[in-house]
Design a protein around this ligand. Structure first.
Ligand SMILES: [Zn+2]
Length: 217
């Protein structure tokens, strides 16, 4: 049996053993900027989590580099160099405040079995974002409206945060409809969009500005 690897599972929120079930090499040709083509070899890996039995897809862009080429499964650096491609996930990102990441990871642990509680936790994460951004308002709804205005976010974000807010309320109250795993998936995706707009994309834009001054006209 092939060696299993400890990876963080973004389906069940556990740091768990993962069984490699398939790997697939692929060569990608890309323009090097001088009219020439470079060839990059990437190896794709599918793992199944021992806890939830759901698969995840990873890419290993360095598997042909000499220092790693002994055996991609036997190499100590293997788990640190592979990159998660699926499921969509919030990877460690320096731009996101620690308290938000903590609530997000706590929510992931209960998503599969307790989608009601997952929705409540993600709503709580929205409250933390509002606090962290210093927006005022008597209710979360008011705070979110002020947040959208303050950060000049698109109107669609107002709708998205509203979905998270009302599903989070439903998750906490027995007289409201139950939150299903499918609802939780939507809320999860919406939350990642919110984080992209508020933290990840602004930070990436700032970094790109620093490295791409040559594009200025
Ligand atoms: Zn899992």
């Amino acid at each position: 049996m092939e060696k299993k690897y400890v990876l963080y599972c973004f389906h069940c929120g556990n740091e768990s053993l993962h069984q490699p079930v398939h790997k697939q090499p692929a060569d990608i040709a890309w323009n090097n900027g001088d009219g020439g083509l470079c060839l990059t070899s990437t190896q794709y890996h599918i793992f199944v989590c021992d806890v939830c039995n759901i698969l995840s897809l990873y890419a290993d862009p360095y598997y042909e580099i000499d220092e790693f080429s002994v055996d991609e499964y036997g190499c100590d650096n293997f788990t640190s160099r592979i990159r998660l491609l699926w499921p969509p996930a919030l990877l460690a990102d320096e731009s996101i405040p620690k308290e938000i990441l903590e609530v997000y990871h706590a929510a992931l642990k209960i998503k599969l079995k307790h989608p009601n509680s997952f929705a409540v936790q993600i709503r709580k994460a929205l409250e933390i974002i509002c606090l962290e951004q210093g927006v005022k308002g008597k209710t979360l709804n008011e705070q979110l409206i002020n947040l959208i205005t303050l950060l000049k976010l698109p109107e669609l974000l107002q709708e998205i945060t509203c979905f998270i807010r009302i599903v989070g309320i439903a998750g906490a109250h027995p007289d409201k409809p139950n939150v299903t795993y499918q609802h939780a998936n939507f809320i999860h995706d919406f939350f990642l969009v919110v984080l992209q707009f508020i933290y990840i994309a602004p930070c990436a834009v700032k970094k790109f500005k620093n490295i791409a001054s040559e594009f200025k006209i």
